[in-house]
Design a protein around this ligand. Structure first.
Ligand code: KIV
Ligand code: ZN
Length: 505
């Protein structure tokens, strides 16, 4: 069965505490969602503000493949606002639970029913596609909910949505009321599940198994309070888990990670590391047993291949590390310790782990170089020219010249400070050549005074999700930052080169 993906990142997602997007930002996200392959985009709530109306208009005029929808309460004023911005598809809602009726709407059930019918008829009389939601459906009286759904269907609604507004449903109850809604309306039904008890995706899937054709979801599961059902988790579960029936969506799954990062960065909401599918750790392995397993066959400890969602597997060493995983990590940089050296390196790694220390790739390479008496890794990128200017009243500006594998490249760029300008100029070159971007940048002072030593740690990532970390210590923040980035670039490019050689063999 083909499941419709109704994305509400730009509406319910934007209702996450602290999130607010400018129209241009909403437009870039809408384009990204369209590329990803969602079927419908809830672009916003037209009545909210001028900016919201502008954003919706901009999104509509882009003529995306996805249908564009806007939220309205069940009243003429909201629906008129939707019509005014040019929407042809509305998602109109009114609460049906007694809690909402008594404390929020101060309306009787009959009054709510009348408003619901009136809104649907009004939307239809203006030629709109109308999706009707009974807010707080899962805490509503079941018979009343059926009555409302049945009546709005008679009034001409095109689609029915079942919101689990405060994430209160169980998968079993979601299935039951989905069946009710289908039975009384004979319309396509959507489920809209919130994650207050961590059940949003399970509830949405249960609704689909019970016959719903669509789920309202958001990128990274962002949304009110604990969020909505996450698009990535919902889509990958449908595609990869065992159900009696086969489900499909129009999502290009290999774009999931990129879309997740894009949205997270733009809205300033980090993704928790252990989040399924898109979290940093979702395809990372540390313990010796697991790394050994995935190295002999990834299926041992990975339910799906990371490439399926646009990611790469990564390994880390620490207290639980094993020799196989550690050697594989060193091998990515062309380092092949003999048995005795490998044991020595592993002992040192475990020792650090026992002291509660996080052993990064940087430390592992430093330990390995010391034990193996290596003079350093092969260098592909050399900094051949660098200057930076800064001051009060002028925008910091940097010039960078790099030699990459024998070829010279140069770039200039501005930034909020000299470090930012330098890194921007470097990224201008590397972005073009190998799509490498600086993922994390950390700065710490490791001694006192104005001539204090600083330590810069960075993480770079390529388009395939491969990561490399590097560290540099020095007196000058700008040059130390540049050196750390150059080191990181060397590492990721070396990894890439050795990987390509391996594939070529
Ligand atoms: O969660 C909810 O009830 C909603 C409504 C606006 C449908 O988002
Ligand atoms: Zn919601």
């Amino acid at each position: 069965m083909r499941v419709r993906i109704f994305d509400t990142t730009l509406r319910d997602g934007e209702q996450s505490p602290g999130v607010s997007l400018a129209p241009e930002q909403k437009l870039t996200i809408a384009k990204k969602l369209d590329e990803l392959g969602v079927d419908a985009i809830e672009a916003g709530f037209p009545l909210v503000s001028d900016g919201e109306r502008k954003a919706i208009k901009m999104i509509i005029s882009e003529n995306l493949s996805a249908e564009i929808c806007g939220l309205t309460r069940a009243n003429k004023k909201d629906i008129d606002a939707a019509i005014d911005v040019g929407l042809k598809y509305i998602h109109t809602f009114i609460a049906t639970s007694d809690i909402h009726l008594q404390y929020k709407l101060k309306l009787s059930r009959d009054e709510v029913l009348a408003k619901a019918i009136e809104a649907v008829e009004y939307g239809k009389s203006h030629g709109l596609q109308v999706e009707f939601s009974a807010e707080d459906a899962t805490r509503s009286d079941r018979e009343f909910l059926k009555k409302v759904f049945g009546e709005v269907a008679k009034a001409g609604a095109d689609r029915i949505d079942i919101p689990d507004t405060v994430g209160y449903s169980t998968p079993q109850y979601m299935a039951e009321i989905t069946k009710d809604a289908i039975e009384v309306t004979k319309l396509p039904v959507s489920v809209h599940c919130h994650n207050d008890f961590g059940l949003a995706v399970a509830n949405a899937i249960s609704g689909i198994q019970a016959g719903a054709q669509c789920a309202h979801v958001t990128i990274n599961g962002i949304g009110e309070r604990a969020g909505n059902a996450s698009l990535e988790e919902f889509v990958m579960s449908l595609q990869c888990l065992q159900f009696g029936e086969k489900y499909e969506t129009g999502i290009k799954t290999e774009l999931l990670y990129d879309t997740s990062r894009f949205v997270s960065k733009l809205i300033g909401m980090p993704v928790q590391p252990n989040k399924a599918i898109v979290g940093e750790n979702a395809f990372g392995h540390e313990s010796g047993i697991h790394t050994h397993g995935v190295l002999s066959n990834p299926l041992t400890y990975e339910p799906i291949s990371p490439e399926l969602v646009g990611r790469s597997r990564w390994l880390q060493v620490g207290k639980h590390a094993g020799i196989h995983g550690m050697n594989a990590m060193l091998g990515e940089y062309g380092l092949q310790p003999d048995k005795e050296q490998a044991n020595q390196i592993l002992d040192k790694v475990k020792n650090l782990g026992d002291q509660g220390k996080h052993v990064t790739e940087v430390e592992l390479l430093a330990i390995a170089s010391e034990v193996m008496k290596e003079r350093g890794l092969k260098r592909i990128v050399q900094l051949t020219g660098f200057s930076v200017s800064t001051g009060i009243g002028t925008m910091p500006y940097a010039f960078v010249k790099l030699n990459i594998d024998g070829k010279e490249f140069s770039a200039t760029d501005h930034g909020v400070g000299p470090v930012d300008a330098s890194l921007n100029a470097i990224q201008k070159i590397t972005g073009k050549i190998s799509e490498v971007r600086i993922k994390d940048y950390g700065l710490a002072s490791i001694s006192g005074g104005s001539n204090a030593l600083c330590e810069v740690t960075i993480k770079v990532e390529d388009a395939q999700g491969n990561n490399a970390s590097a560290k540099s210590v020095g007196e000058d923040i700008v040059t130390t930052s540049v050196q750390a980035v150059i080191e990181g670039l060397n590492r990721i490019m070396l990894k890439k080169l050795l990987k390509e050689k391996k594939v070529g063999n």
